[in-house]
Design a protein around this ligand. Structure first.
Ligand code: PGA
Length: 253
């Protein structure tokens, strides 16, 4: 029996002013008792500090949407993992497909980020996933395996056990085309198996694998009931406190 607690994360991307972020929090927290589910919110960098203050003592944790791998120095515009830890972040999303595609992050850089995040006592939410073309060419498993093996190079087992992997098929992100629960389960299970081969079964049974890509209130429960899906990384539907709450409730069975 698995004891993994589901983790539902809101990836707000380039949305919400400070006032909108706090309004969301007020509405979202109004009537939700968080038990048996972990909830994480990833606002813009600018929202992290004041949201950390507002969430003090709350079970809701914060994630950064991105991070750089250097600690300090001449890296104009970047934010280090130590700075994120200092501001009260617990997680950092690393390797989101938008970072890979729009900002040119490659597997080697993502690996540097994963290691830097762990080194600073944060937990990476490592995003992996195949494009539509790769899926149609039958390359899904090869892509996921290559991403995991390169992105997790140099990570040690006790770090990997805390890792969150988000399996996000690129064709399902922001398109309204959710993967079927069978395909989502297959991708998450495959990712867990690769981790099992890379580390050991203690690690693969502890780490959490999320599904992401057009998760909505009406498909969350079925996706989250799959044995290898331990949560969801939610973009569009996480912007609305009522929809996000419904998705969180979907994790409670
Ligand atoms: P979506 O985004 O829920 O809007 O498809 C998911 C993500 O990019 O993490």
């Amino acid at each position: 029996m698995s004891v993994r607690i589901p983790l539902i994360a809101a990836n707000w991307k380039l949305h919400k002013t400070l006032a909108e972020a706090h309004d969301f929090l007020d509405k979202f927290r109004e009537n939700l008792k968080l038990q048996d589910v972990d909830v994480v919110i990833a606002p813009s960098f600018l929202g992290l500090h004041s949201m950390a203050i507002a969430l003090k003592g709350s079970p809701i944790h914060l994630a950064a949407q991105n991070v750089y791998f250097e600690e300090k120095g001449a890296f104009t515009g970047e934010v280090s993992p130590g700075m994120l830890h200092d501001v009260g972040c617990h997680y950092a999303i690393v390797g989101h497909s938008e970072r890979r595609a729009i900002f040119g992050e490659d597997d080697t850089m993502i690996n540097q980020k994963v290691r830097a995040v762990f080194k600073n006592s944060l937990i990476p939410i490592l995003c992996i996933g195949e494009s539509l073309e790769q899926r149609e060419n039958g390359e899904t498993e090869a892509v996921l395996e290559r991403q995991l093996r390169t992105n997790l190079e140099g990570v040690v087992p006790n770090q990997a056990a805390k890792l969150v992997v988000a399996y996000e098929p690129i064709w399902a992100i922001g398109t309204g085309k959710t993967a079927s629960s069978e395909d989502a389960q297959a991708g998450c299970k495959f990712a867990r198996n690769v981790v099992d081969e890379m580390f050991n079964s203690d690690v693969s049974q502890s780490l959490r694998v999320q599904y992401g890509g057009s998760v909505k209130p009406d498909n969350a429960r079925e996706l989250l009931s799959q044995p290898d899906i331990d949560g969801a990384l939610v973009g569009g539907a996480s912007l609305d406190p009522i929809d996000f709450e419904a998705i969180v409730r979907g994790a409670l069975g």
